[in-house]
Design a protein around this ligand. Structure first.
Ligand SMILES: Cc1cc2nc3c(=O)[nH]c(=O)nc-3n(C[C@H](O)[C@H](O)[C@H](O)COP(=O)(O)OP(=O)(O)OC[C@H]3O[C@@H](n4cnc5c(N)ncnc54)[C@H](O)[C@@H]3O)c2cc1C
Length: 617
C-alpha cells in the first residue's frame, strides 16, 4: 500500500474501470467517484442502481466476475447446479470438516455480475418475521421486520398466478425491479409429498411471504420473470436504462485487492478510507481510484471479511502474523460464520418415472423441454428444483420424529421465536446422489429429500492465508460441531423417513430394498424407519452432510466493536468512509432462504447512505 502523499487515490486520481476488461497500457485520467461499490453481486447491484438514481452522485461498481447478462445457462431456473464449478463460480471448498469425517466440502458462490443471485436456486423467501426481531434484540436497531417489510415490497415485482388464488397480491410488491412468480408447473410427485405433509399434521401455508404463519408446508415463489427466466439483481437492477446513466460506471473482471487508507489521520481520529486498489489478474498492472464519500463492501460473506483483513482491518494478532499492518483491530472480522447445514440428499426410488423430472436426463426429452422453455417460458426448466418445502420445529411434540413416545435425541431450541422453524424438509423431483455430481444413470428415477438445520449452534470462521486476495481464503464453517446440531438433523431425517412412509406418497415409492447396506446411496430410504437407530443416522450424516449455501454473519452488525464489525448503519466500527452491505452483516442466521433478505438489506442501506449524504449537505 502506498503512502497517502504518493498514493494516486489521495488526489492524483487515475483511470480505473470501464465496462469490460481494463484497457492495456497507461491508464487515462478518470474522475473520482462519490461511492465505490466492491462486488457487483446480489447486494452490490441493488446499491449501484439505487445510489446512481441521483444524477449528481457518481458511482463506480466493480465486479470480479464477468458480465453474463445475455448468458442462457444463468437464465434457466431449474438447472442452477449446472453453473457449479464453471467460470461463473469461485469454486471454493471448506477446509476438512472435523465432524464430517474430515471431508472438504464444496462451497459454491457466484462470480458474475449479479453474484449468487444469478447462480442460486431462485427461491424467493422473506424468512420469518421473528428472525428480524431477534436481530434487533442483538443490537441491530432499525432492522425489525416492520422496518424491512417496506423494502421487501419496494424490491419486488410479483406476477400473480391463477394456480395460486390464495395468494393476495397486496402482500407483494408490484412496482419493484426484481421479478417473482410461481413456477408454471411442478412435477406430479410434489403434490403427493405436500398431501403427505398434511397427513402428518402440517398446516398448508398459501403464501409463506405474507408475514403470517411460518410453520407448515408451502409451495415456493421463485425469482423468475413472466417468461420463465431467472431474475437476478443484475438483470433486475442493472437494466439497459440504468446502465446508460452517465454517473454510473460498471467494471467487470476486475478484482479489488485492497482498501486504501489516508495516513494523514490527525491523532485521535479514526482511519479514513480514501480509495481502492485493483487488478485484472494477479500479475497485471495495479490500478487505483479515489472516493469522495464512501467505499461499500458488497463482496459477500467470504470476500468481505477477506478484503477487510488483507487491508488491515481484523483481529490484530492474526494480521500481524501475516505481516499485515493493522489499521483497526476488530476481533470479529471473519468470526461467527453461520451456515445452514443439510443432511445431504436422501433419495427414494419412485415406481413411475412420469412422477418426476428424471426424464430430463434423456437427450430427446430434454431438447423438447428446452425448446418449450426458450419459446414459451414454461415446462420443467422454468420450474424450481425445490418447488415446495416444509418448515418445522425440531421440538414440536406433535410431529412423529420418534415412534412409541420415545423422547429421542435432545435438542436446544435456538429458533428466533415460538412461531419460527429450526428445521426445513425439502425435496427435489429427481434422483440425486452424494454431493449431486455422480449423475444417476438413465432409468434411475426418484424423489430426493434433505433435512436442513436452520438455526445451528456451530460457529465457523473465514481466515486468510496471506495478504493477497488472489490466495483463496480459508473457509471453516465448523459444521455439526455440537451434539444438538447433529440431533436436529437426526430428527429431520426421521421426519422425512416418516413422510416418505405416509400416503399418498408412500404408495408411489419403492420403500423396501433387498439391501440393508448403510453405505448404499438408497439407504436409509429403503430402511425401516422403526428399526433405524440414531447412531446409524449420525454415522451417515458424518458421511453425507453438506453445506446448505447460506453463510452469514462474518462481518456482523451490532453495537460493540468487541463482538461485531459494523454498527446498525452498516458502518465499519472505528473507520470513516467504509460500510459493508451483504450477507456478512446479518447479526445472526435467518430461518430460511436469505437472498430476498440480502436484497431488502441493500435497499434499506441505500436509503441510509442517501440520508447520511443529505445530512452532510
Ligand atoms: C448454490 C446456491 C443456491 C442458493 N439458493 C438460494 C435460493 O434459492 N434462495 C435464497 O434466498 N438464497 C439462496 N442462496 C443464498 C443466496 O443466494 C446468498 O445468500 C446471497 O445471494 C448472497 O448475496 P451477497 O450479496 O452477500 O453475495 P454475492 O451475491 O455472492 O455477491 C458478492 C459479489 O462480490 C464479488 N467479489 C468478491 N470478491 C471480490 C473482489 N475482491 N473484487 C470484486 N468483486 C468481488 C463476487 O464475484 C460476487 O459477485 C443460494 C446460495 C448458493 C451458493
Amino acid at each position: 500500500m502506498g503512502s497517502a502523499a504518493s498514493h494516486p487515490a489521495a488526489g492524483n486520481e487515475r483511470f480505473f474501470a470501464v465496462p469490460g476488461p481494463l484497457p492495456p497500457g497507461e491508464p487515462k485520467p478518470w474522475p473520482r467517484h462519490d461511492y465505490i461499490i466492491v462486488g457487483g453481486g446480489t447486494a452490490g447491484c441493488v446499491l449501484a442502481s439505487r445510489l446512481s438514481e441521483d444524477p449528481n452522485t457518481t458511482v463506480l461498481l466493480i465486479e470480479a466476475g464477468k458480465n453474463f447478462q445475455g448468458d442462457v445457462p444463468t437464465k434457466i431456473p431449474f438447472t442452477f447446479a449446472n453453473l457449479f464449478r464453471t467460470e461463473r463460480d469461485w469454486d471454493s471448498y471448506t477446509v476438512p470438516q472435523r465432524y464430517l469425517d474430515n471431508r472438504e466440502t464444496y462451497w459454491p458462490r457466484g462470480k458474475i455480475l449479479g453474484g449468487t443471485s444469478a447462480t442460486n436456486a431462485s427461491i424467493y423467501h422473506r424468512c420469518c418475521p421473528e428472525d428480524f426481531n431477534e436481530w434487533v434484540s442483538l443490537g441491530a436497531e432499525g432492522w425489525s421486520y416492520a422496518d424491512l417489510n417496506p423494502y421487501f415490497l419496494k424490491a419486488e415485482k410479483f406476477h400473480q398466478s391463477s394456480k395460486h388464488p390464495g395468494v393476495n397480491p397486496a402482500n407483494h410488491g408490484a412496482y419493484g425491479p426484481w421479478q417473482t412468480s410461481y413456477p408454471s408447473e411442478t412435477a406430479p410427485i410434489n403434490g403427493y409429498v405436500i398431501e403427505a405433509c398434511r397427513e402428518l399434521g402440517m398446516r398448508n401455508i398459501e403464501d409463506i411471504n405474507a408475514g403470517r404463519g411460518h410453520l407448515g408446508v408451502t409451495q415456493l415463489l421463485g425469482t423468475i420473470d413472466s417468461n420463465g427466466r431467472k431474475s437476478s439483481t443484475a438483470t433486475a437492477y442493472l437494466s439497459d436504462e440504468v446502465l446508460k446513466r452517465p454517473n454510473l460506471t460498471v467494471g467487470t473482471e476486475v478484482m479489488i485487492e485492497r482498501l486504501v487508507f489516508s495516513d494523514v489521520t490527525p491523532p485521535g481520529q479514526p482511519p479514513k478510507v480514501i480509495g481502492v486498489e485493483m487488478r485484472t489478474s494477479r500479475n497485471a498492472q495495479l490500478y487505483c481510484t479515489g472516493v469522495n464519500r464512501e467505499v461499500i463492501l458488497c463482496a459477500g460473506a467470504v470476500a468481505t471479511p477477506q478484503l477487510l483483513m488483507v487491508s488491515g482491518v481484523g483481529p490484530a494478532q492474526e494480521l500481524q502474523r501475516l505481516n499485515i499492518p493493522v489499521v483497526q483491530d476488530l476481533p470479529s472480522v471473519g468470526r461467527n460464520v453461520i451456515d445452514h447445514v443439510s443432511s445431504g440428499p436422501i433419495p427414494f426410488r419412485v415406481k413411475s418415472g412420469s412422477l418426476t423430472y428424471d426424464f430430463l436426463r434423456g437427450t430427446v426429452s430434454s431438447t423438447f423441454e428446452m425448446l418449450k422453455w426458450r419459446f414459451f417460458g414454461t415446462g420443467p426448466y422454468a420450474s424450481l428444483d425445490y418447488s415446495s418445502t416444509a418448515f418445522v420445529r425440531s421440538t414440536d411434540n406433535a410431529l412423529p420424529y420418534y415412534a412409541n413416545s420415545i423422547t429421542g435425541a435432545p435438542v436446544n431450541d435456538h429458533s428466533s421465536g415460538p412461531g419460527a422453524p429450526d428445521l426445513e424438509i425439502r425435496w427435489v423431483p429427481q434422483a440425486v446422489f452424494g454431493d449431486g455430481f455422480p449423475k444417476p444413470t438413465t432409468g434411475t428415477e426418484g424423489v430426493t429429500f434433505a433435512a436442513v438445520a436452520l438455526k445451528p449452534e456451530s460457529r465457523g470462521r473465514i481466515m486468510i492465508k496471506s495478504n493477497s486476495v488472489w490466495d483463496a481464503p480459508i473457509i471453516d464453517p465448523n459444521y455439526l460441531s455440537t451434539e444438538s446440531d447433529m440431533n436436529v438433523l437426526v430428527r429431520g431425517i426421521r421426519l422425512l423417513l416418516r413422510l416418505a412412509h405416509t400416503d399418498p406418497v408412500a404408495s408411489k415409492l419403492h420403500l423396501k430394498g433387498n439391501s440393508i447396506n448403510t453405505s448404499s446411496p438408497w439407504w436409509p430410504g429403503v430402511g425401516d424407519p422403526n428399526l433405524i437407530t440414531d447412531r446409524e443416522i449420525k454415522e451417515m450424516l458424518r458421511r453425507t452432510a453438506l453445506p446448505a449455501w447460506h453463510p452469514v454473519s462474518s462481518a456482523r452488525m451490532g453495537q460493540s466493536p468487541q463482538d461485531s464489525v459494523v454498527d446498525p448503519s452498516l458502518r465499519v466500527h472505528g473507520i470513516v468512509g467504509l460500510r459493508c452491505v451483504d450477507a456478512s452483516v446479518f447479526p445472526t442466521q435467518v430461518s430460511g432462504h436469505p437472498c430476498a433478505v440480502v436484497v431488502a438489506v441493500a435497499e434499506r442501506a441505500a436509503d441510509l447512505i442517501k440520508a447520511s449524504a443529505a445530512s452532510r449537505l
